[in-house]
Design a protein around this ligand. Structure first.
Ligand SMILES: Nc1nc2c(c(=O)[nH]1)N[C@H]1C(S)=C(S)[C@@H](COP(=O)(O)O)O[C@H]1N2
Ligand SMILES: [Mo]
Length: 303
């Protein structure tokens, strides 16, 4: 399929050096937040040291996938129980071509590329992950979004027999997420099908998961079975569970704290106990690419 968006982001551009170690953003962040000398030193050190992707081991063993339990090790222990083939995605709502799309039919239409993205969890840790996938926009264009479409809603597989964590009502199942249409169509928004050039492990959301690099990790819904284009802001699992703590937008924003902890800095996972704490960047370092979508919005109100 012809590519809707010709990116000027090459693989070299997507290495963390450019995206995350932008001196202007780091220094503006440090000054703006009035961080201590310690944080300033951390920023300086981070600037000199190129960030490299986390190991395959880190990315696939320290996971959040509550359908398999709330512990970071639960998904890698239990997610093998999930059947991921055959897989289809129901695309419905305000689209010209609604229906059940077999995954192999989707993949035959898509251009799979590698994107190295920084990933920031609301729990204030981060990783750098080399994803493989295609742009969500390409899939939405295949389905044909109608003019009335304003939002995109996503749902995860609902299969308690293969997902032991679903016995606990920690979230309102199925796991649900949503994006505004312009966010969904943004060229950085990826449907990941793999990582490190290998098929996506079940614990990371096989066979198809969302990755929105400027938003907190929980927006990146896993094992997607349904995509619905709507004209209403859709409900999301974390917002339903804790509306004060998790807003619809969930943009990485060092200036708006989670009610129970700061979002001004993060621990870069990897290197065992010696995870580095560095200042968090606005929109997770993707400010140049995405800030325009939120111009004029009060980001404390729309958190
Ligand atoms: N279906 C589903 N998707 C999910 C979650 C979940 O519990 N269930 N957790 C989210 C959270 S909180 C994070 S931080 C990321 C973690 O992705 P990773 O385990 O691949 O790093 O997945 C997100 N997607
Ligand atoms: Mo998260």
């Amino acid at each position: 399929m012809a590519h809707r968006w010709t990116t000027d982001l090459t693989r070299a551009d997507l290495t963390p050096e450019r995206v995350f170690l932008n001196r202007r953003q780091l220094m503006a962040g440090v000054a703006g937040m009035g961080l201590s000398g310690l944080a300033a030193t951390a920023a300086g050190a981070a600037e000199e040291e190129a960030l490299t992707p986390n190991s395959y081991e880190d990315v696939t063993s320290y996971c959040n996938f509550y359908e398999f339990g709330t512990g970071k090790g639960d998904p890698s222990q239990y997610a093998h129980k999930m059947t991921t083939s055959p897989w289809s995605v129901k695309i419905d709502g305000l689209v010209d071509n609604p229906g059940d799309y077999a995954l192999e039919d989707i993949l035959s239409e898509m251009t799979i590329e590698e994107r190295i993205y920084r990933f920031r969890c609301v729990e204030a840790w981060s990783m750098v992950v080399p994803w493989n996938g295609f742009e969500l926009a390409d899939l939405l264009n295949l389905a044909g979004v109608q003019a009335a479409g304003k939002y995109v809603a996503f749902e995860t597989l609902h299969r308690p027999s293969e997902m032991p964590g679903m016995a606990y009502r920690v979230l309102d199942w199925p796991y649900r997420e949503g994006l505004r249409l312009d966010e969904a169509m943004h060229p950085l928004t990826l449907m990941a099908t793999g990582l490190y050039g290998k098929p996506l492990p079940n614990q990371n959301g096989a066979p198809l998961r969302l990755v929105v690099p400027w938003k907190y990790g929980f927006k990146s819904i896993k094992s997607i079975v349904r995509i619905t284009v709507t004209d209403q802001q859709p409900p999301t699992s974390w917002n339903m569970a804790g509306p004060r703590e998790y807003g619809f937008y969930s943009n990485v924003n060092p200036n708006v704290n989670h009610p129970r902890w700061s979002q001004a800095s993060e621990r870069q996972l990897g290197g065992g106990l010696f995870a580095k704490r560095v200042p968090t960047l606005m929109f997770n370092g993707y400010e140049d690419e995405v800030a325009h979508m939120y111009e004029g919005m009060n980001l404390r109100e729309f958190y």
